[in-house]
Design a protein around this ligand. Structure first.
Ligand code: ADP
Ligand code: ZN
Length: 731
């Protein structure tokens, strides 16, 4: 009997390529034959492109015109599991399959054979003559701490020519060697003793070990306040997975958190795991991609795209801080890594652990309904307690204009400085001031390409558009009325807050943590480590600091504007504010010293602010769930956002109106269409944006209806149509 998954020479095969063609193409199997899932190179016009054997050929195309597959690549074939997953993910997100394949093949030099590779690392010498170009190279090497680079990549990252690197090799400051490529990762030892667990940790760990041992799919919400030991507990699930000789993946929401995590993994298992994110060198990415497929790596730690690696046998996916918005990819393929983790795990008999102090409402509801298991860690580990939560009622505080720190908060900070403890001031706004206004004519400086105001960044001495990244010098003359010297910043950003702190606490050591102030993830990591050792009295931070950093001396968190997130009309405004405030507050008092969180608010009676203060989380979620259910919105109904964009304003509205008229396929499943309406940010990078929103009951075939709906209209070439299933943001 012939093997249906094997195609002998000259048989027709269907190849999915990474090119945006929207379909599988027919080729002839090569001399050697090929098998389902093989990675291959095929001719496409004058080029050779990467593809995967996806199935038998369709047969519609004239056989005489078919070209043979050029060669089968020397990498582990793509497993059925991953092919099925990519297909399901494409269907779910309404993304072409080729785009999913591109996500799954982000490995540099995939077609190149293993063997040896010339690599460059930091050497022991310091060069006698240090030019600016040479310094740049050494800075990159230091930034990546010991990593090996290929010549071209190192030169490109440093922004210098390859001859600069070669010059440094001669001085001994950089070493050059031939290293074997794609070595397996060191084995992690699951049986090294972990930390002795507290009773509730042990109960949770044992439940997770059992789940992993079952060898079946399941999802568990692991809920516990920051510092309760969730990481310690899910590392036990990882240990069990390694004992089963299966692979584990831990997703983290922020690259800056990986360093700390790698250290903990090494302490627990005796070696470092594979690392996958944008800050990893190409050599390392290639190695990890291959080793995932060959089983040469037991644990991968990474960003959301690590979900698309070709694991040989994935047994566990942990999504840490599962509620984090960074798990939703907002351009290209619009997917939520948390949901995709569940989808992938379901197809490969793996367990999912969703860890959070403040789960998303979706996850909370799934746990309530029994679809997910739930484990709770109710106390902080050891001595640490949850911080006390207090509101500062801004209506009864007196503040000078241009000042944002209330006298009450100021007094609390002073106390901390005297005791040698740290304070964190939280303000979720990068830059100096969100608005620059002309005092003569009232004009606000906006971006030339977007419908957004430019944000002053004083450290960079520029105005920056937070939508498109466009910058311009801070003008002295108003571009609207021409009056000089009357442009003024309005409202606070972290940089302006830093100025106020310097004026009020001239002696204090201040650290500003904002994603735009650090050249590299490693520089940020280094700064965070310094702060952890106590090298700052006052930390000023954006959202960045809310995520998992451990500052033992921190005992006070001051939220400058607790009302900030409540202003939008966003479906998730309440949920987001609640999560963010709880999380930021959780930064305080992580060791023996008790912490306090103070929220500056103008509306202390707002239900969300009251829920945050009372700490009754279950009551908050029940209330929020009831409201969503009444409104028929997620997770009790379904939403899809449609974003049309084009340089031509008329064209986007015409198409939007056309879509709004032909709702047949959607009304057939009981869905409603809202819009078209200008998007809240109506212009980005010179493209006008119009949105429609589709609201559907749960349990209907929404994707199929959406596909049928948009297929009815013709779209001009420069008009983009993006469909966002389960949208998280509505800008
Ligand atoms: P979470 O992930 O819930 O924020 P962590 O797992 O990071 O909590 O634990 C918080 C701190 O407490 C960490 O420094 C961790 O090492 C420590 N810790 C947690 N559980 C234990 C334990 N059983 N024994 C010793 N230290 C622990
Ligand atoms: Zn812009």
């Amino acid at each position: 009997m012939s093997d249906p998954d094997y195609f002998p020479a000259a048989h027709r095969v269907g190849i999915l390529t990474t090119e945006p063609l929207g379909r599988v193409l027919d080729y002839l199997a090569p001399e050697t034959g090929c098998a389902l899932g093989d990675f291959v190179e095929v001719p496409l016009g004058p080029r050779r492109v990467l593809g995967v054997v996806w199935g038998p050929g369709e047969g519609a195309f004239d056989r005489a015109k078919l070209r043979p597959v050029t060669r089968v690549l020397d990498v582990a074939p793509m497993r059925d599991e991953l092919r099925t997953f990519l297909g399901r993910a494409a269907d779910y997100t309404l993304t072409p399959l080729d785009a999913m394949l591109r996500l799954a093949t982000r490995s540099p030099g995939l077609g190149e054979a293993p063997g040896h590779l010339r690599v460059y690392r930091r050497g022991s010498q310091t060069p006698g003559r240090l030019t600016e170009a040479r310094e740049k190279v050494l800075a990159v090497l230091d930034d990546y701490g010991g990593a090996a680079f290929q010549l071209g990549e190192l030169a490109a990252l440093a922004g210098v020519t390859t001859s600069v690197v070669k010059g440094l090799v001669k001085t001994g400051a950089v070493t050059e060697e031939d290293a074997p490529r794609d070595l397996p990762y060191p084995m992690l030892d699951p049986d090294r003793p972990g930390k002795p667990l507290a009773p509730d940790q042990e109960t949770a760990a044992e439940a997770l070990r059992g789940a992993v041992r079952s060898g079946r799919y399941g999802t568990t919400l692991l809920k516990g306040v920051t510092g309760s030991g969730k990481t310690e507990v899910y590392l036990e699930a990882v240990a069990e997975c390694l004992r089963q000789r299966r692979q584990a993946l831990v997703l983290l929401p922020e690259i800056a958190l990986t360093a700390d995590f790698l250290t903990r993994v090494e302490a627990r298992f005796g070696a470092q795991p594979g690392e996958w994110h944008s800050g990893v060198t190409q050599t390392e990415r290639r190695r990890l991609w291959r080793m995932a497929g060959e089983g040469g790596v037991g644990l991968v730690v990474g960003a959301r795209s690590a979900l698309f690696l070709p694991y040989r046998d994935l047994g566990l996916v942990v999504v840490d801080e599962e509620h984090d918005t960074s798990y939703k990819q907002e351009d290209g393929v619009l997917y939520n890594a948390r949901d995709m983790a569940v989808l992938r795990a379901a197809g490969c008999d793996a367990q999912v652990v969703l860890a959070s102090a403040t789960p998303s409402l979706e996850t909370w509801v799934n746990a309530e309904s029994g679809k997910y298991a739930r484990l709770d860690l109710t106390t902080r580990f050891g001595e640490a307690e949850m911080p006390e939560m207090r509101a500062i009622d801004m209506r009864s505080e007196t503040l000078a204009p241009g000042r944002w720190i209330s006298p009450t908060l100021q007094a609390a900070i002073t106390e901390r400085i005297e005791r040698g403890e740290q304070s964190l001031l939280f303000l979720n706004r990068r830059g100096y001031a969100p608005v620059t206004v002309c005092r003569a004519c009232g004009h606000q400086i906006g971006c030339d390409h977007c419908d957004a105001r430019m944000v002053e960044h004083r450290f960079q001495k520029r105005l920056v558009c937070h939508q498109c990244g466009e910058t311009k010098p801070i003008p002295t003359v108003c571009p609207s009325c021409g009056v000089e010297g009357r442009l003024a910043p309005v409202g606070p950003g972290v940089e302006r807050l830093a100025e106020e702190v310097a004026a009020v606490f001239p002696e204090a050591r201040v650290a500003v943590l904002s994603s735009d102030l650090f050249g590299s993830a490693r520089a940020l990591k280094a700064r965070i480590a310094e702060i952890g050792r106590g090298e700052a009295d006052i930390i000023i931070g954006t959202q960045l600091v809310a995520k998992g950093h451990n500052f033992p001396l921190l005992t006070l968190v001051g939220v400058i504007d607790a009302d900030l997130g409540l202003q939008g009309s966003d479906l998730r405004a309440a949920e987001r504010t609640f999560q963010l405030m709880r999380q930021v507050a959780g930064r305080a008092g992580r060791s023996e010293r008790k912490g306090v969180a103070m929220l500056q608010t103008w509306q202390p009676d707002h239900p969300v602010i009251r829920a945050i203060l009372s700490g009754d989380e279950e009551a908050f979620w029940r209330e929020e769930a009831a409201q969503r259910q009444a409104a028929g919105v997620p997770p009790f109904g379904r939403l899809a956002g449609i974003i049309l964009s084009s340089p031509d304003l008329q064209a986007v509205f015409d198409l939007g109106t056309d879509l709004a008229r032909r709702t047949g396929p959607l009304t057939a499943i009981g869905a409603q269409v809202f819009g078209p309406a200008p998007a809240p940010i109506a212009r980005v990078r010179g493209r006008h944006r119009v949105r429609l929103l589709v609201k559907a009951p749960r349990g209907v075939a929404l994707q199929a209806a959406l596909a049928a709906w948009v297929a009815q209209v013709r779209r001009p070439a420069n008009l983009r149509l993006a469909i966002d299933i389960d949208p998280q943001s509505f800008y």
